[in-house]
Design a protein around this ligand. Structure first.
Ligand SMILES: [Zn+2]
Length: 175
């Protein structure tokens, strides 16, 4: 909640109109554009959409507890030596299961600092931390370029894409 309030205050200042702030506190304005004005602690920001709610600290703890404080992907336990890199202490981070979905409780899994690397945004994970899909075509392009997929697999993919695109075009025509 605190973060949202800071973002709200920041937005009110950056739009320079201070419309929301002025209607709530007409005599108060921030000294300059780079400072923040706290608007209210009792009302959520109007852009705050319920149902896509960000998770609270308590929710994050509950998620970690559900996973017994272990990385969903490699099983390393928080604060203990990492299973793959035993000289490093495991830090648990909250990771998206699907990077294209909002950051809500059902889309979060705990991962250690090694499993939660930047390239993980290429993948979609299930609740047990296993890769179940791609969220970005780059690894497929690389697989074709580097020959990880053989010609037969690439042809299969090509035919699948052709079929899929035709179906999509038909759907668009019929609507
Ligand atoms: Zn891990």
């Amino acid at each position: 909640m605190f973060n949202l309030l800071v973002i709200w205050a920041c937005k009110a200042v950056s739009t320079s109109s201070l419309r929301v702030a002025e209607t709530t506190f007409p005599r108060i304005s921030p000294p300059n554009r780079s400072s923040y004005l706290l608007v209210t602690l009792s009302e959520p920001h109007p852009a705050f959409v319920t149902g896509r709610r960000l998770v609270s600290d308590a929710d994050l703890e509950a998620i970690k507890e559900r996973y017994k404080f272990r990385c969903a992907t490699c099983g390393s336990k928080e604060g203990e030596p990492n299973l793959r890199y035993p000289r490093v202490r495991t830090e648990l981070q909250m990771a998206h299961r699907n990077p294209k979905q909002p950051l809500t409780g059902g889309n979060l899994i705990p991962q250690c600092q090694f499993c939660n690397r930047a390239d993980r945004n290429y993948w979609v994970y299930d609740e047990r931390g296993r890769v179940v899909g791609v969220a970005d075509p780059k690894p497929i392009q690389k697989s074709i370029r580097e020959g990880y997929l053989d010609r037969q697999q690439v042809e299969l993919l090509y035919r699948y894409l052709q079929h899929w695109l035709q179906q999509e075009a038909q759907k668009r025509e019929s609507t």
